[in-house]
Design a protein around this ligand. Structure first.
Ligand code: SAM
Length: 267
């Protein structure tokens, strides 16, 4: 069994200190957005291909394209799929509606986001629950694929999360992952992934495509902020949404942060 370090690193402590702050913001979105205008909480993806979408999904094109890019190398048709850190369920719903898995479950730490998902979506073989990525409430060898999009940077123990993913995947199952890290943490993420029990099948830096999406999606994000957030919180919600001129946007543009995509497999 893997041993976890007893003393906490500065990074772990910082993540834990910031956690309540982000949790408040995630809950706040569910408080103000009762109509479901915000169903994705990621920065999106844009390359030279244009994903074919139904009319009602067009407004979420770039966040959906991120999901599409993350899962596209594994045909999910007929598989049992789990999304960890599903947020407001936009990605889970996209996979359920477009990619025909046998079943798909999504879970998130944020109770209000899960309450929203349970109210908002009614799709056969799609379900949601509230849980922690570090203590996944499913038995061993349960899923053909586990998806994790832009959530792991908030986890206080990445090694433990990867052990949990390995435990609940069936042999031969896939871990489909994307997230961002500070430049100086990219190497440590690589080490965490390569020293886990999962095998790396594909590794890709997609920062350029995420930035491209933020450019193309800028107006929509600003409109949503103006509509849903009080003026006093605009600077914070812009930072959270990664609109142009924010620290987050500039850090991606200067490659002080990188956005990474991995496909991993359980032997
Ligand atoms: C930036 S959002 C991304 C949500 C979704 N994947 C998407 O792309 O729209 C990050 C999500 O991770 C969730 N999260 C953070 N820590 C978590 C944990 N330990 N377990 C489960 N979910 C967690 C947050 O509540 C939040 O909904």
């Amino acid at each position: 069994m893997r041993k976890y370090p007893v003393g906490k690193s500065i990074r772990t402590k910082r993540a834990e200190l910031l956690n309540p702050f982000w949790k408040i913001l995630y809950s706040y979105i569910s408080h103000v957005d009762r109509e479901g205008e915000v169903t994705f909480l990621n920065y999106g993806y844009a390359d030279d291909k244009k994903l074919k979408l139904q009319k009602e999904d067009e407004k979420n094109r770039y966040p959906i394209q991120l999901y599409h890019h993350v899962v596209q190398s594994v045909p999910l048709k007929g598989l049992d799929v789990l999304e960890v850190g599903c947020g407001r369920g936009g990605g889970t719903s996209y996979i359920a509606r477009y990619l025909a898995p046998n079943s798909i479950k999504g879970f998130d730490l944020c109770r209000k986001a899960i309450d929203f998902c349970n109210r908002y979506y009614s799709i056969e073989r799609l379900s949601f629950c509230c849980a922690d990525a570090l203590n996944i409430p499913y038995t061993n060898d349960n899923f053909d694929a586990v998806i994790n999009v832009e959530s792991s940077h908030r986890y206080s123990n990445m090694e433990r999360f990867l052990d949990e993913v390995h435990r609940i995947l069936k042999p031969g199952g896939y871990f489909l992952f994307a997230d961002l890290r500070d430049r100086e943490s990219v190497e440590s993420l690589r080490k965490q992934l390569s020293s886990s029990k999962l095998k790396i099948v594909k590794e890709e830096i997609i920062t350029r495509h995420v930035l491209n999406a933020l450019d193309l999606d800028h107006e929509r994000r600003i409109k949503l902020i103006n509509k849903l957030a009080p003026k006093v919180l605009h600077w914070l919600t812009k930072e959270f949404a990664g609109t142009k001129e924010t620290g987050l946007y500039k850090a991606l543009a200067a490659k002080k942060k990188e956005y990474l995509h991995y496909v991993m497999r359980k032997n």
